[in-house]
Design a protein around this ligand. Structure first.
Ligand SMILES: NC(=O)c1ccc[n+]([C@@H]2O[C@H](COP(=O)([O-])OP(=O)(O)OC[C@H]3O[C@@H](n4cnc5c(N)ncnc54)[C@H](OP(=O)(O)O)[C@@H]3O)[C@@H](O)[C@H]2O)c1
Length: 334
């Protein structure tokens, strides 16, 4: 056991080359928020390794642009698009149903990258149509619903030897001495930055708690949390319809030496999704925190607290009116 841990540690420290991923032919991944930023570049890396990638987003035009760009940049890529607004539970359920219904190329799902998010949060508190605070609903609650909707499909695709995976998007902001996530919909006080950090704390807690519950229910699906450090558009290659920063943004972003491109940031997310040496419940991100090659890291304080995790999970169950189908997923996997 100790030897296996040591070997894993050595392997996990080995450099990760996004251009030389394990062969992913025959596998199928879903990426939310895939029309731009990290989601787009993660999709490119997955498709470049031979995976079939379902690019999901809320705008048909932006999705079509990303689809065209990816096909042009990755010859032979196998991709399709799925319309889904992650702040809208109805949209999530409809998209998940079409996926489960086999409308897509293959009825398997090897992993889902729960990436979509609002980074530039609104100045004032906004609500979704069903009355949830927008940042929390988009970054955290929507993915709680989506992961539940896809759990049985992920479990069916998994085998005892090879688990399938869900990856949640954390953030280094959750290490910056932030408060315990109590008022998770900012009902008492709204602050744009605080709303973002809190949503990411909730995501981090959900990602780790999901893994504990999956293990307890014997479901062969792993839940992992990853973050991209500080990844910005002005340091990222120009991709028509996907990333077209102006000269001023390029200049400004180049003056931030601790930042990296979104293409580089996507490597941590992809490693968390496909590296066979990653384990459920782990947290992955760039070596130098804001930039660098992906390495395993220590989770942020609140996400490591089991009481906080259980409370956050119960609150998401209450707000969505749903429980994850652990027993059904375990049966589907047998
Ligand atoms: N960049 C960083 O340094 C950094 C650091 C830590 C964590 N993260 C996390 O990484 C993820 C991606 O960030 P990014 O930097 O790539 O941001 P980005 O370039 O702004 O891309 C965000 C993506 O999410 C999509 N999205 C937003 N709201 C959505 C909704 N309601 N339904 C469906 N899709 C939606 C956007 O689609 P539209 O084009 O339609 O808006 C876009 O595709 C986020 O979860 C973010 O919190 C980023």
């Amino acid at each position: 056991m100790a030897l296996r841990g040591y070997v894993r540690g050595v392997i996990a420290r080995a450099p990760w080359d996004p251009a030389a991923l394990p062969d992913l032919s025959g596998r199928q991944y879903l990426v939310t928020g895939a029309n731009a930023g990290l989601g787009y570049f993660a999709s490119e890396q997955l498709a470049g390794a031979g995976a079939h990638v379902i690019l999901s987003g809320r705008s048909p035009n932006r999705l079509a642009a990303a689809h065209d760009a990816l096909e042009a940049r990755v010859p032979g890529a196998s991709v399709e698009t799925l319309l889904m607004d992650v702040s809208n539970p109805g949209s999530i359920r409809a998209a998940a149903a079409s996926l489960r219904g086999g409308l897509f190329s293959r009825s398997r799902l090897d992993g889902v990258l729960l990436n979509a998010g609002i980074v530039h949060t609104p100045r004032n508190r906004e609500l979704t149509r069903d009355g949830r605070e927008l940042v929390f609903a988009t970054n955290a609650l929507g993915h709680f619903v989506l992961a539940a909707e896809l759990l049985t499909t992920l479990a069916k695709t998994a085998s005892r030897r090879e688990h399938t995976r869900m990856v949640w998007l954390g953030s280094i902001s959750t290490h910056l001495g932030v408060a315990e996530p109590i008022d998770i919909q900012s009902e008492r006080r709204y602050d744009a930055w605080h709303a973002y950090v809190q949503s990411k704390l909730v995501v981090h807690a959900l990602g780790i708690e999901a893994d504990a519950r999956l293990r307890a229910a014997d479901v062969p699906v792993d839940s992992v949390v990853a973050h991209p450090g500080y990844s910005i558009g002005g340091r990222t290659p120009t991709v028509h319809g996907v990333n077209e920063p102006g000269a001023w943004k390029r200049l400004r972003d180049r003056l931030q030496p601790f930042a990296q491109s979104k293409e580089a940031g996507a490597a941590s997310l992809v490693r968390a999704l496909v590296d066979p040496d990653v384990r459920g419940g782990e947290y992955w991100g760039p070596k130098l925190r804001t930039r660098g090659a992906p390495v395993r890291q220590r989770p942020s304080r609140w996400a490591a607290d089991p009481d906080v995790r259980r409370r956050v999970w119960a609150e998401c169950e209450r707000l969505t009116g749903m429980e994850w189908p652990f027993q059904r997923a375990a049966r589907a996997a047998r």
